[in-house]
Ligand binder design. Sequence first.
Ligand code: HEC
Length: 232
Amino acid sequence: MRVRPDVEATSAPATKPVLADTRYPYGINGEYDAGMAFYIANCSTCHGVNGDGKGPRAYFILPKPRDFRHPASRHELDRARLFESIAKGTRGSEMPAWDKVLSAQEIANVAEYVYRAFIATDDGRGMDPDDALLALERHATSKIRALADLHRRAVTGLCPGGTFLLEAYTPEQLNYRTGGPPVEEMMMALGTLEEELRGLEWLHAQELVRDVHEGEFHHGAGAVVQLIGRKL
Ligand code: HEC
C-alpha cells in the first residue's frame, strides 16, 4: 500500500490529489484561464464541457473522445503527455494536431486547463485503489469538521477500494492528561467518526487506552480511537 503524503485531510479544506507533476517543454507555464476559454471554444464540442467526452460532435465520430476524468485517463495524462498529445493530435482519429495553429504557449494553456479541471481534481477519481488517506487532523474541532465537511470530503476523495486511517484522542483522554489539548470539542468519539465517515467499510474500529510515547507532550496512557476503513 502506498501512503500519499500529498493527500492530507487537514482542518483546512482537503488538498487536491496531485498526480505526477511533470512540466511543459521549454519551461513554459500554462495559463489556466486562457486555456479554459480556448477549451470551451474549441475542444468542448468533442470532449464535452465537463471533459467527459460527450460533446455534441462526439456523437458523430469514431473513435469517440475519451472521458478525461476516468481513472485510466488520469493515470496517463500528465502535463507532458497532454502537451504532446494536443500538439501532435491522435492519428486515426478526429483529434487534430494543434501545433499547426497554436503556439507552444497556447498549447500549454489549454493543457493546463485540461490537467487542472479534469485530471488532477479532488472528486476522488484521481486516486488509485492502492492509495491510502492518512488523517492528520491536528485536533480539528467538531465545528471545523462540520464546516469543512472534512470527513465526507475525505471519503469522497478516496477511490473505491482506497483506505482511510485515523487515530485521535477520545473525550475520555481529558481524564488522563497525558497529551492533547484539554478541550472536549477537539476529541473524537468512535460513534461520531463512524457517522461522519459513512461510506467506509471498517477493517478496524476501536476505542482503547494505549501507551503513547511521542515526545514530551504525549507521554503515558492515552485514550484513543483507531480507525482503518476501506471505501466501498
Ligand atoms: C473533432 C473532435 C475533437 C476536437 C475538436 C478535439 N479533440 Fe481531442 N480528441 C478527439 C478524439 C476522437 C481523440 C481520440 C480518443 C481519445 O483519446 O480521447 C482525442 C484525444 C485527445 C487527447 C488524448 C490524447 C492521448 O494522449 O491519448 C487529448 C489530451 C485531447 N484530445 C485534447 C484536446 C484538446 C485540448 C482540444 C482542443 C484544443 C481537443 N482535444 C480538440 C477529438 C477531438
